[in-house]
Design a protein around this ligand. Structure first.
Ligand SMILES: NC(=O)c1ccc[n+]([C@@H]2O[C@H](COP(=O)([O-])OP(=O)(O)OC[C@H]3O[C@@H](n4cnc5c(N)ncnc54)[C@H](OP(=O)(O)O)[C@@H]3O)[C@@H](O)[C@H]2O)c1
Length: 347
């Protein structure tokens, strides 16, 4: 693992960040000193306290599926050399047009399509962040935005009493979606690897399926299928759907996503079957209500562990190996909102 551990930034205008220049394994990631970002007119610069790992970071590192290379077919593009989109921190500077925030505000959000939160500072569109609710630690706040937005969109498709199947349920979005759906009175079947099934039962899933042993498309029928790691054919999804049911993919192989956009849409026109790609807007309106529920103690945000900035390769590797139960957090600075210690901590 190629991690050059550098001293804390001493030069004004510099910061530490985890940078990669080639698609590949976590060995490509290097902790370096780079220029600190300045805010664009509509940005805030966030002094990062915590960030979190999403599947999109793993996909961006590997350059796989192919859609992860859209901005840089051969190498990661200049704007993508620091991964990370979820962030929680303090506003350190505001752009000329920004009136909603002042320096020192504690904010969180998902800055996608930008990247760069695995760093001491990041420039974020002001519209992508919002103040952190009282009662959340920075680590919890950083774990929430993308996962909560996807979970909110996914669960909005199901009505009380519906049978919902969530494929990839043991990850960030799934572990929230399972809880939200159960609370809504939806019957939840959660699919993931065997190591995550007890965890999913504890979150309230009514039924669990080990994807390495069982084919969920031969179970059902389900009123709603949500797949965050789609790989199956349209016809496989279709046979698992109840009449009038709906299937959406959120992420997965390029092939599976393209099939949904083309054949899935066509089938909808000719047969009324509703198959498609779920487009999620990771904006504060989509994730703040879930964050408020977590702050009130109505919902848990499972955090697998915290890793310091120099341990980001290890954090991504853990996520990539499929071992994380819930969210992997990158703790960039001490968390002034404290909260109970998270175990196991790394460095
Ligand atoms: N559509 C949109 O607008 C939008 C917006 C943002 C993000 N996204 C996409 O949404 C997805 C986000 O998911 P997330 O953050 O919840 O991911 P995550 O935390 O990585 O969770 C994915 C889960 O799926 C499991 N898994 C892997 N392969 C599987 C398989 N073949 N069958 C069943 N489960 C499998 C993983 O476990 P193991 O690997 O351990 O087995 C993991 O527990 C990403 O693909 C991202 O690119 C889409």
């Amino acid at each position: 693992m190629r991690v050059a551990i550098l001293r804390a930034s001493v030069h004004h205008g510099c910061m530490r960040a985890v940078v990669y220049e080639r698609y590949g394994s976590p060995d490509e990631l290097e902790l370096r000193e780079v220029p600190r970002p300045d805010p664009g007119a509509d940005d805030v610069v966030v002094e990062v306290v915590a960030a979190s790992v999403n599947l999109s970071d793993w996909e961006g590192l590997r350059g796989d599926p192919a859609y992860a290379r859209m901005a840089g077919p051969v190498r990661p593009s200049a704007g993508r050399r620091i991964l990370g989109t979820d962030v929680a921190g303090r506003v350190a500077a505001v752009g000329a047009n920004v009136t909603d925030f002042t320096v020192g505000d504690e904010v969180f959000g998902d800055i996608m399509p930008r990247y760069g939160t695995f760093a001491e500072y990041v420039a974020a569109p002001a519209a992508s962040v919002v103040r952190i609710p009282r009662g959340l630690t920075f680590a919890q706040a950083a774990a929430l935005p993308q996962a909560a937005a996807i979970a909110t969109y996914a669960v909005s498709l199901a009505r009380p009493g519906d049978r919902l199947l969530f494929n990839g349920a043991g990850g960030g979005s799934g572990s929230l979606a399972v809880q939200l759906a159960v609370a809504k009175g939806v019957h939840v079947t959660a699919v993931d690897n065997a190591g995550k099934l007890d965890f999913l039962r504890r979150l309230g899933a009514d039924e669990v399926i080990d994807y390495r042993r069982d084919d969920f498309t031969r179970r059902g029928p389900f009123d709603v299928i949500v797949d965050v790691v789609a790989r199956r054919s349209i016809f496989a999804y279709r046979r698992a759907l109840a009449p009038g049911g709906r299937c959406v993919v959120v992420g997965g192989t390029t092939r599976a996503v393209l099939r949904m956009l083309t054949v899935g849409a066509l089938l909808g026109v000719v047969s009324g079957t509703r198959l498609g790609v779920l487009i999620v807007h990771q904006v504060p309106a989509a994730f703040l209500p879930v964050a408020e529920q977590v702050a009130r103690g109505e919902l848990a945000i499972p955090i697998d562990g915290r890793y310091s900035l120099d341990a980001v390769p290890e954090a991504l590797a853990r996520h990539g190996r499929g071992e994380a139960l819930g969210k992997v957090v990158v703790a960039v600075r001490d968390d002034p909102r404290g909260g109970p210690p998270l175990e196991p901590d790394r460095r």
